[in-house]
Design a protein around this ligand. Structure first.
Ligand code: BGC
Length: 754
């Protein structure tokens, strides 16, 4: 730091003389001057070489500033569930620091399951404080890609299948995070909905589906969240890689949405100097290096936006304005973060952060089914058997770039032992073997048999069995860079759950996953909890929901189809819809750098178009096993007749809606009131209904509360491909107000007249 500031101080000392002979700092160093003036002042002091240097990495997770002018580098970190452990300067190995352990927050899919924007703000603030304390300027998250298929290995890093929910949760996360002077970097822009072939696949999707489903959460992050950076995705759209995609970055992000922040490439997502120069990429990160940082043929100087870019600028083949614009954006990001004098110090692993992780975890757990066995009051049973690998597994490890090094993690088994004491016994029940990243070994059948037999024998003598399984963070599970191979739970868990249900009717299943999965045993299990990866305090949240200390209030952020073929992306069974078709005879190793017109890359076609998730289940009348928005409580809520301010609505008008809700039970609880809108008749196919607003209400036992909503004309519109604009057609619309996408408690019709 000293090294960087020294030249700036010198400049300050030699700078122009102000009134009464005082020295005035150069404008770009004047902390109270408007940022845009500081940016322009700094920009005109930079040499061409310095501008180009800003545009690419200098290490795995940093990009340079301008030492000569005292402009510091940008330090980045994954994201999005906690601040990742330090990585070596120039390799993917952990640096082995002893002061980089952090609080692990619940996965973003858990955050989405809270349906509570206040939880998103709490999350953003806490993770921002940790990032700040760790000296980071950019946190690589949150992710808002839409959940298209349950096979996507990275769904746990995103916020579900609905753009309204994902956008509403992303905005407070971003705002609260950035209050720390740390930039959020929303990812992965755009259409990164699968991990298979992620670096090469070209996504073929209608403009309407793009606008209605895949872009709105990004749009909100930019327009309402005011996000300072965005990460281009690995895949292609219109045949062009998204890190330098003219349609996405120039036309939509910059042109239409007026984004003034930086586009940062995904690590290794840049493939071409000219495209990167012209199509809106600002900072190139993660392109392959050979371990040397300068003057080597594959060091940082050889990045697409380094020496090759400089040469094309010098020769006049690329316009100088391209680099001015990038440097301007990067300086703006530096002034907002690394040179922001007002940013707080932050804090790490504070009790407040653990409390935030616990509160988010508590609200995220979804009670899918309960015949009354839950909650398990602590004095009700004497012999409690816990079964399952996820009762003890550290689920903060693995999963790819979202892996976390925690200071404190409480597993479900530990937390259950604290609550129920020596009534608890444990059997592992199954094992996932010892898979290495990207490589999975078969577990010998004899090992599986003996683990299962042990658990089943103990289950016969227990009063109640708590099963804690699901997916984990190994390859082909919930893990970056691979997709799941099957919709079933892995490691023989279906057989194990069936056998446990046979051995003991008091079986409670808790599955920890970031994805939907098949439940062939669903009718034989009296209670099912769906939890996601809950971070440091996850075990406590699970134990508290099981015991009733916490009344569950999570709602599914994605549908759980009965079978994979009930999911829109898999309905055709055609590989062209998932995972895509790979051209004959093409070695995938060569595909990413192949010329754009050679089609030397796979293509996936989103044939389901706008009917993703519940939009598909509703419209095609294919019931999900557990629908989007579903989640039970230990109490029950009744919905009164909504009050609507008018029976019709015209252009520019709004409808005010109030929904009274009563807690009919004897426990305090929280209910998420969901407001969906359906266009009764339209000239184009529309989903039966779409989520437009939601409110999470806390209601005391026996008490009542009101959910208030304001409906605007925008809530009625679809994207019209003919006019390339948003259109609301005259006619009757229905408001569907409910406790899930299928548990609709009230319907109200109104007319829209234009
Ligand atoms: C991931 C990004 C991540 C980056 C840096 C990439 O492989 O796709 O989400 O931020 O690595 O770790």
């Amino acid at each position: 730091m000293k090294r960087l500031l020294l030249p700036a101080l010198l400049l300050f000392a030699l700078g122009p003389t102000g009134a009464r002979g005082q020295q005035t700092a150069p404008l770009y160093l004047q902390q109270d001057a408007p940022i845009e003036e500081r940016v322009e002042d700094a920009l005109q002091r930079l040499t061409l070489e310095e501008k180009v240097a800003l545009c690419h990495a200098q290490s795995k997770f940093s990009s340079p500033g301008v030492a000569r002018l005292g402009i510091p580098e940008l330090k980045m970190s994954d994201g999005p569930h906690g601040v990742r452990a330090e990585i070596e300067w120039n390799s993917w190995r952990h640096a082995g620091w002893t002061n980089d352990s952090i609080t692990a927050f619940p996965a973003l899919t858990a955050l989405a399951a809270t349906w509570n924007p206040r939880m998103a703000a709490l999350y953003g603030r806490a993770i921002g404080e940790e990032a700040r304390y760790r000296g980071k300027d950019v946190l690589l998250g949150p992710g808002v890609n839409i959940y298209r298929t349950p096979l996507n290995g990275r769904n746990f890093e995103y916020m579900g299948e609905d753009p309204c929910l994902a956008g509403a949760m992303a905005v407070p996360y971003i705002r609260a995070l950035q209050k720390n002077g740390v930039a959020a970097c929303v990812k992965h822009f755009a259409l990164n909905n699968q991990e298979q072939w992620r670096t090469s696949v070209d996504v073929v999707v209608s403009e309407r589906a793009l606008r209605e489903l895949y872009l709105p959460a990004f749009h909100r992050a930019v327009v309402d969240g005011g996000v300072w950076s965005i990460m281009g995705s690995y895949n292609r759209y219109l045949g062009q890689h998204c890190c330098h995609n003219s349609a996405l970055l120039n036309d939509i992000l910059r042109g239409e949405w007026g984004f003034d922040g930086c586009v940062i490439s995904d690590w290794g997502g840049t493939h071409d100097t000219r495209e990167a120069a012209l199509n809106g990429l600002d900072i190139e990160m993660g392109t392959h290096t050979d371990g040397l940082t300068t003057e080597s043929r594959s060091g940082y100087d050889a990045y697409y936006l380094a020496q090759p870019y400089l040469e094309l600028l010098r020769s006049g083949e690329l316009p100088l304005e391209t680099v001015d614009e990038k440097a301007r954006r990067i300086l703006r990001l530096i002034f907002r973060t690394a040179m922001n004098p007002r940013r707080p110090w932050g804090s790490l692993c504070s009790e407040e952060h653990y409390a935030a992780a616990k509160a988010i975890g508590d609200e995220s757990i979804v009670l899918l089914r309960n015949n009354g066995i839950l909650p398990l009051e602590t004095d009700r049973y004497e012999r409690i058997l816990v079964v399952g690998d996820n009762a003890t597994r550290r689920l903060t490890d693995g999963g790819g770039s979202s892996e976390l090094k925690t200071k404190r993690t409480i597993s479900p088994l530990e937390a259950l032992k604290t609550l129920y004491g020596d009534k608890i016994r444990y059997a592992q029940g199954y094992t996932c073997g010892n898979p290495l990243y990207g490589k999975v070994e078969e577990v010998p059948a004899a090992t599986m048999d003996s683990l299962r037999s042990e658990a089943v024998a103990l289950a016969r003598t227990a009063d109640v069995v708590i099963y804690v399984g699901g997916l984990n963070k190994n390859a082909y599970q919930d893990c970056e860079s691979t997709d799941r191979r099957s919709y079933d739970l892995p490691f023989g868990q279906n057989e194990l759950i069936e056998a446990l249900a046979e051995a003991n009717p008091n079986l409670v299943v808790v599955n920890i996953t970031g994805n939907a999965y098949a439940m062939p045993w669903v009718d034989r299990v009296p209670a099912i909890l769906h939890a996601s990866y809950l971070g440091s305090m996850g075990g406590l949240s699970i134990a508290d929901v099981l015991s009733g200390r916490v009344n569950p209030s999570g709602k599914l952020p994605y549908s759980i189809p009965v079978r994979l073929s009930d999911c829109a992306a898999h309905a055709s069974g055609d590989a062209s819809n998932y995972p895509g078709i790979k051209p004959e005879g093409i070695s995938m190793k060569k595909a990413p750098d192949a010329p754009a017109d050679s089609r030397a890359y796979p293509q996936v076609t989103y044939a389901e178009d706008i009917l993703v998730g519940y939009r598909w289940h509703d419209t095609r009348r294919i019931p999900a096993l557990f629908p989007f928005g579903h989640g039970l409580s230990y109490t029950t809520f009744s919905y009164g007749r909504p009050e609507v301010s008018a029976a019709k609505m015209g252009p520019g008008e709004r409808l005010e809606i109030r929904v009274p809700v009563t807690n009919e039970g004897s426990r305090d609880g929280m209910e998420v009131v969901q407001l969906y809108v359906g266009d009764d008749k339209c000239s184009v196919l529309r989903p039966l209904k779409e989520l437009k607003h939601f409110r999470k209400l806390f209601i005391e036992a026996g008490g009542s509360a009101e959910a208030e909503f304001t409906l605007t004309e925008d809530d009625l519109k679809f994207f019209d491909e003919q006019s390339h604009g948003w259109v609301a057609e005259e006619g009757t619309f229905t408001l569907y107000i409910g406790s899930s996408s299928t548990d609709i408690r009230q319907k109200v019709k109104f007319r829209y007249t234009d």
